[in-house]
Design a protein around this ligand. Sequence first.
Ligand code: ASP
Length: 462
Amino acid sequence: MERTLIKNLRENVGREVLIKGWVDVRRDHGKLIFIDLRDVSGKVQMVALPSHKEAHSSANTARPEWVLAVTGKVNQRPEKMVNKEEPNGTIELEITAIEVLNEAETPPLDVRGDGREINEEARLKYRYLDLRRPRLQKNIRIRSEFVDRVRQFLFSNGFTEIETPYFTSTTPEGSRDFVVPSRMYPGKFFALPQSPQQYKQLLMTAGFERYFQIARCFRDEDLRADRGFEHTQIDIEKSFVTREDIMRLDEEMITTVAEAMGYTVKQKPFPRVSYKEAMQKFGADKFDMRTEEEKKKGVLAFAWVIDFPFFEKDKEGKWTFTHNPFSMPAPEHLEWHLKGEHIEEIITQQYDLVCNGFETGGGSIRAHKPEILKATFKTMGYDDAKIERDFGHMLAAFRSGTPPHGGIAHGIERLIMILTGEKELREVQSFPQTSSGRTAVMDAPGELSKEQLKELGLKLEK
Ligand code: ASP
């Protein structure tokens, strides 16, 4: 017999079916044994009657989280047993045979509740069990649907999805790099990308014009509720555009996807707030514009923040970029930028998208001429040799017919946190890091053997 998914049982009343899944709960009423079986599509109550002797004794031994294949007849429940709360509350399965596909030890954590009371270490050590809880199943599926709809939107707007390397050289996004030692070049290291920024710009040089990628980014920074070592971005770049073009395209994408998924967007087009206004009004460049009522209803209040200063002073008092060194200054400040004058007054063509108090995305129109990018690094105090060594490839590309271009990237986890109302990044990732920076389930980071260290040309300091 072919397997029937539990969500389709209601169409099979009166028929014999085969279902497969996990024991959710088992209630022993002596003669009658009830088991709720759960599969990817839903849950159903099953009953083992003493008249089906073998099935009854299997039902007697089954325990929560065992994996079963169950044959049985779909019956309408008697009127007084109907549970209107559940999709399958009107039916039950009368078990005729049970095949145990796998047993399970008593789970180290309860997978049925929402799990917030369980400590993080246990949840992440047994993440494969933790992920069985309905809340996480839902979050991960919402994420998948969200990414699917983003892809559909971008494909239908003529974008090409292109992968870029993980083994690369540094791309500054204001964080520390994760590095990977090279075996073939002992003493040399790859950096994992903090973002695909340089590659996506090089794809504009290459003439793709409309690029996107669901891109993993790696940043070695202090972990917080909304920040992990790795996150995924919807990364977009387009040629021959203005700031307005990108903001409008992006707004349409976000609105189309969110509304198709049943969410309400507070204000369209998204309000635009200058950085200066935001700081005066909210004291921060991310803010929440919802009323209490809208917060309860899960409304999405997006806003653009624009007109950021290009540079700020770092801890040592040196100029550094506020967002992205590859950005283009505002047209009226281009001359100052090229001459290195009025640095603190130069505005960048950067835009950040905020939603419900979080920064969920950001991008800019880029410098596409070598002298503009070079001026940025000069302001940051880089000498010609360092600029050439670190970014010579970008300057060479900009001398090879790079069109004007710009783009944006959205942190998928932050968006999904907002959609699902979660407060922690790890509630919307399958196998997140612990807050102390270790991986879920597997014990990493770990040590290397003497042989591996030797092969990589590495010596550890005691
Ligand atoms: N690369 C930027 C970031 O990761 C986004 C962008 O400017 O497109 O924040």
